[in-house]
Design a protein around this ligand. Sequence first.
Ligand code: GRF
Length: 206
Amino acid sequence: LPIAVLVSGSGSNLQSIIDRIAEGVLDAEIRLVVSNRAGAFGLERARKHNIPTKVLLHTDYPTREAFDAALVDSIHKAGVDKGGLVVMAGFMRIVTPVFLSAFPHRVVNIHPALLPAFPGVHGQADAADYGVKISGCTVHFVDEEMDHGPVIIQAAVPCQAGEDGNVLGPRILKLEHRVYPQAIQWIAEDRLTIRDRHVDLKVSGR
Ligand code: GRF
């Protein structure tokens, strides 16, 4: 499965994908890593593994649509189209229909909370501050709303009184690194179908 990974920061999820591919348990090929921030550590992780990288600064574009069109162009040129997959891994941008229509049902994201609870950039801290007893992460297909779209997989972690986002965040991140490659592998195996908002997982033929 040809994939493009979009990052804005550390790229630890990117790293987990790189590692699972190297181990032979994830049947994907990263054709391009794109960042909208020049200093994103995720870019270094990619370079270290000889994966092509591209920096696209959204501030260089007059509109979201213009930025998205440039993003689509870069991803297409790298050899990822409708038959491939776009993987958002800590990518801090909302995409428009210009982007989504180029990759229908082929864009996924991971969020560090159990959606639809606690969307947004502080999902871990918001959940901890609310006092939930369980939080976790969600891998979902991307639509036009932030942290929204058909859910592929969720995984849960406990949260105790007195724990804040700094404690909960790393606990969730560890799980992210397990479930994201799994979700991508299901797509590589063509095992997911979307009916209304519901994602079905076909059991494997074995
Ligand atoms: C993760 O917590 C992810 O769920 C969220 O942003 C963070 C990215 O971390 N969307 P990394 O860049 O993959 O280390």
